[in-house]
Design a binder for this molecule. Structure first.
Ligand SMILES: [Zn+2]
Length: 468
């Protein structure tokens, strides 16, 4: 026991010291990979990896990990059944580190992000059919899915999302310090969320000038929670502060997290001619220098003949490019990611086990653990309406509302629209049920209804008009 704790202490200490080393180097990175019109770099994974490789201990561990993962990759090549047919489900937790501003994105934006990750990894994206003619038929279903965890490490029920309010949201100079803030201050469970049980995603206001970064699976970091993914809130999902073009950032970062390099290899920057001598370890992605725009005619290296028998153009539309017109993983990339999930490196092979899916509440057997609601407006004028929204979790199937002073006074709709005919302060009650259990949330004086005349006076005041 004491040995284990000592080892753990040393590991954490080393991680902490080394994290300062890695993250203090952020300002050294030249922002050379920016997309036109963007003020931030798409991904810092390769730069962090190369910086960490300067540490001899990390380098030794990385090379040993690479050996282990290569053995699994070879094993898969020889066993079709092992390689395909099993859908791996991974429990995900989204940790929102915010400081009370727009970076405190909605649950809807996060669920939209999860939808996009699953769509892309299962090749359910309609634009997979629109890839360049040279890659028709090649977009691959990775048979990897992402499921919201609904149980915290202590068993507490939640909806897969934690929220932490801290100024650290906008201090991207040290990603590990941001995680420390989440560990100490989130609203679900204060402690470590082990990386062999959850894919931890850290959503922040700034992450050192990048849209996203992570690292390869690693025994060096072990099951540490910091082997997760950092992402800027504007690159999460396609709604809210996100948008469709930026929405595939997590598809790209999860690729790294499952051992995929960029298509041009591990060198620092895309667009360099020497990248033709680098490789991503995936046989069916043509050698390339890496592009930062959607140049579909790009054919940047001429040494593809060994695999293709001809000089194939660049797979610009690959998720591991910087093109912002990415639509696909190749079969080779899918195999490499599935090998990572069957490897002991970083304990990725524990994530999708039935035991872990049960432990993290990602097995589909969710239960009702919180009744809650919100309104689109807390203060209205007489006669106006309020849209109420049920935000209970997980798996509520019936709703019973009471609206003091409202019309209707009761409702069984999930998201009712209610009007208020008289001025006053009114209570709202919601009871939710999953068929066996019922939970209640009650909010006193939740809605304020103003008389028309007082509102008119207020309106005149703010416009600088005299009351009449
Ligand atoms: Zn990347």
């Amino acid at each position: 026991m004491s040995t284990f704790n000592t080892k753990k202490f040393i590991t954490l200490t080393v991680l902490t010291i080394f994290s300062s080393f890695v993250f203090s180097q952020f300002n050294e990175f030249e922002p050379s990979n920016m997309r036109e019109g963007e003020s931030i770099e798409y991904c810092l994974q390769h730069k962090i990896h190369n910086k960490m490789m300067e540490n001899p201990d990390y380098r030794a561990s990385y090379l040993a990990d690479k050996e282990i993962q290569q053995q699994v990759i070879e094993m898969m090549k020889n066993d079709e059944n092992f390689a395909r047919g099993v859908v791996y489900k991974i429990p995900v937790v989204f940790h929102v580190l915010h400081n009370g501003g727009v970076e405190n994105i909605t649950n809807d934006q996060i669920f939209d992000c999860l939808r996009i990750m699953n769509r892309d990894f299962r090749r359910e994206n309609e634009d997979a059919a629109l890839v360049h003619a040279d890659f028709q038929g090649e977009p691959s279903d990775s048979e990897i899915e992402f499921v919201m965890a609904t149980k915290a490490p202590n068993g507490a029920c939640f909806n897969g999302i934690t929220r932490t309010q801290s100024p650290m949201s906008y201090d991207g100079s040290n990603g590990y310090a941001q995680v420390n803030a989440i560990v100490a201050g989130n609203d679900v469970y204060n402690g470590e969320w082990p990386g062999n049980r959850y894919l931890n995603v850290f959503i922040c206001g700034d992450i050192g000038g990048a849209a996203g970064y992570t690292n390869y699976p690693s025994n060096w970091g072990g099951t540490n929670m910091r082997n997760g993914i950092w992402v800027l809130h504007t690159y999460v999902g396609s709604i809210g502060t996100g948008d469709a073009v930026r929405s595939r950032t997590l598809t790209h970062e999860v690729g790294h997290w499952l051992n995929l390099p960029h298509t041009w290899g591990d060198s620092n920057n895309p667009g360099l001619s020497e990248n033709c001598n680098d490789d991503d370890g995936v046989s069916d992605t043509p050698t390339c220098i890496g592009v930062t725009s959607c140049s579909l005619n790009s054919n940047s290296c001429d040494n593809d003949n060994a695999y293709w028998g001809f000089d194939k153009r660049d797979n610009v539309e690959n998720y591991m490019e910087y093109s912002y017109c990415d639509k696909m993983f190749t079969a080779g990339q899918s195999s490499r990611m599935r090998a990572a999930l069957n490897s002991t490196v970083g304990s990725r092979n524990n994530l999708w086990t039935n035991a872990n899916l049960q432990l993290t509440g990602a097995d589909g057997n969710t239960y009702l653990c919180k009744a809650n609601f919100r309104a689109n407006n807390l203060s209205i004028c007489v006669g106006e309406s309020i849209q109420f929204e049920d935000i209970s979790f997980n798996s509520a199937s019936s709703w019973s509302w009471e609206f003091e002073g409202g019309i209707p006074a009761v409702s069984t709709a999930q998201n009712p629209l209610v009007s208020y005919p008289n001025p006053g302060k009114y209570k709202v009650v919601l009871r939710v049920s999953d068929g066996s259990n019922t939970l209640e949330e009650s909010k006193e004086s939740y809605i304020t209804v103003l008389a028309q005349s007082s509102n008119l006076a207020f309106s005149r005041r703010i416009r600088g008009l005299p009351n009449s």
